[in-house]
Write a protein that binds this ligand. Structure first.
Ligand code: SF4
Length: 567
């Protein structure tokens, strides 16, 4: 049974299911999560939870959970103890490094894990294996998405906060099914509309938000850039843009003007399916109600031209003068709960934690001093390039954490051939998957609710994810596994808990997180940038964080790689 209230203990944590990062109480009886309720009055959800957050926790106690390390033998798996499995992995990785060098490795970090797991994984690849070939599944969607806000405001994250959605005067939602994918954020948008905010939804479908919208633009899938360029053309023709922004970025402004010139209303109608009258009405709405928050999400951004869309959205918001302001900005909604954290932690081929480039000699020297090693200055392979390198035989070993890459790959058969051709594949997961079935060694991971750490939500809010129950069998947190293999390869890392990793390493090495400590995370978390212990965190990224004269990207529309069909 679920237990009487006096039999339950309560542990506060962060929902893992989407980028809103709602605060929850896990109610525990007999080492099992029996109920989940919302934390009242806590940001970001203020007592709300969606059905996923309230009921989607049965994976934690699932009968199929991996409970011991597994070693492949004669085509099947046998159970092993930790020492044997860790020794085997350390030995094989050392041998492969000696024979083929560091470039023979690549890794995929666990988007379901805590930040400390990702931190130790990227540290293991960089400091122990000597390569920057580390990435995560966000490559297919979040990486292009993040480029838009990065271009607009120097940072690959939501520029503003969920709380601002409720106060916004105008919200433009492009290609985001918010009430389905980020339901609590959707609730904020619906409340804003009920309060009288203008809501514009640009989406080929009638999503749940459309019935709350003042205007619906049924932009054809893949035509978002043409639509946005068309809006910008109207704004420029009628002089309805932010003149200060244009002056500051004069050269780029001219480039933008020339680019959008051909996106006249007839062309936009033909390509995007939005008629001239509606286009002008939308442009006027954007020009007269300021600031406006632009919200976008995974769907359209996952296509081959996701990057173009993200840049076009940033251009539109800059042109309107909506960047660097409260209730404005470019706001991408993350899918998985800690997808933002994975990028922040440097599970990226070009960046150390805190978006410090591996090519930047000063940043590299700092990490070399901290980790006591010489680091590879060459940017690593992103996920698609990893598979290309595997197909060429250039990669010999891979470590995949918490990710069923075969299920997620656009071409699963190709991915299976690549993984099958490796000399050595290590997987960590909570459940057996198609990908773990190909591994030489499988490590059982502690799941959400079974280990301590930190998540980062879409609005850059760093919140605690807490251990409420024990992992099944011998399952362990990801950060511990990397530390143990590193030790067996001659690297004794000092941090012995997720708290020590965060407080003693991460917050010291990533300037935007310098003021974020476990002690300060006892309440509602902190939004980075939070550069010092007295800093309250940043609800939105201010104008002075935004780049200067090269800010307009002037993106051309090109037809999508896959044409939508009648459905
Ligand atoms: Fe979890 Fe997202 Fe639902 Fe909040 S909105 S409860 S974070 S799935």
């Amino acid at each position: 049974g679920r237990g009487r209230s006096w039999e339950l203990t309560k542990v506060r944590t962060t929902c893992p299911h989407c980028g809103v990062g709602c605060q929850q109480w896990l109610h525990v009886k007999d080492d099992q999560i029996v109920k989940v309720t919302a934390v009242e009055d806590a940001r970001p959800n203020l007592g709300m939870l969606c059905v996923k957050g309230r009921f989607g926790h049965d994976f934690v106690g699932a009968a199929e959970r991996l409970t011991t390390p597994l070693i492949k033998e004669n085509g099947g798996f046998r159970q092993a103890d930790w020492d044997e499995a860790l020794d085997l992995v350390a030995g094989r990785l050392a041998a492969i490094k000696a024979a083929h060098g560091p470039e023979a490795f690549c890794g995929v970090a666990d988007v379901g894990g805590v930040n400390e797991d990702a931190y130790n994984m990227q540290k293991f690849f960089r400091a122990v294996l000597g390569v920057n070939n580390i990435d995560h599944r966000g490559r297919a969607c979040l990486a292009p998405q993040a480029t838009g806000p990065a271009a607009a405001c120097g940072s690959g994250a939501m520029t503003n906060s969920f709380a601002e959605l409720e106060k916004a005067k105008l919200i433009l939602v492009i290609g985001a099914d918010v009430t389905e994918d980020n339901p609590v954020a959707g609730a904020y948008i619906k409340r804003a509309a009920r309060r009288g905010a203008r809501l514009i939804v640009a989406d080929p479908r009638r999503t749940g938000l459309v019935e709350h919208a003042s205007l619906h633009a049924p932009v054809k899938a893949g035509a978002e850039v043409a639509f946005v360029n068309g809006l910008m053309r109207v704004l420029m023709e009628e002089g309805l843009y932010d003149k200060d922004q244009a002056l500051k970025r004069a050269a780029d402004f001219e480039k933008l003007r020339r680019t959008v010139e051909r996106y006249n209303p007839e062309m936009v109608a033909a390509v995007a399916g939005v008629g001239p009258e509606l286009l002008v009405e939308l442009a006027h709405a954007l020009a007269t109600t300021k600031p406006a928050m632009l919200v976008h999400a995974l769907g359209p951004d996952e296509g081959a031209r996701g990057l173009d869309k993200a840049l076009a959205y940033a251009d539109l918001q800059l042109l309107l003068g909506n960047v660097g302001r409260e209730c404005g900005g470019v706001n991408l909604l993350r899918g998985r709960g800690n997808a933002q954290g994975l990028a922040d932690m440097g599970a990226l081929p070009g960046f150390y934690p805190g978006y410090q480039s591996v090519g930047d000699a000063t940043a590299r020297a700092k990490f070399e001093r901290a980790w006591g090693v010489e680091l590879n200055p060459k940017a690593g392979l992103a996920l698609p390039a990893m598979f290309e390198a595997m197909a060429r035989g250039a990669v010999k070993a891979m470590w995949i954490c918490g990710e069923d890459v075969l299920a997620a790959a656009p071409d699963g058969q190709h991915a299976a051939r690549c993984l099958g051709a490796l000399d050595f594949l290590v997987c960590g997961d909570i459940l057996p998957t198609a990908t773990t079935s190909l591994a030489d060694v499988v490590f059982p991971l502690a799941a959400w609710g079974e280990s301590d750490g930190v998540f980062t939500n879409s609005e850059r809010r760093v919140s605690r994810a807490r251990k409420a129950v024990n992992p099944p069998g011998q399952a362990k947190p990801g950060w511990w596994i990397f530390r143990e293999v590193a030790r067996r390869m001659g690297h004794d890392w000092p941090s012995q808990s997720s708290r020590e990793i965060w407080d003693n390493e991460l917050s010291v090495l990533a300037p935007a997180l310098a003021g974020v400590t476990y002690d300060r995370l006892e309440g509602d978390g902190l939004q980075w940038p939070c550069p010092g212990l007295a800093h309250p965190g940043s609800a939105y990224l201010p104008a002075d964080a935004c780049p200067g004269p090269d800010a307009f990207h002037a993106v051309e529309w090109a037809p999508p790689a896959d044409e939508p069909d009648g459905r």
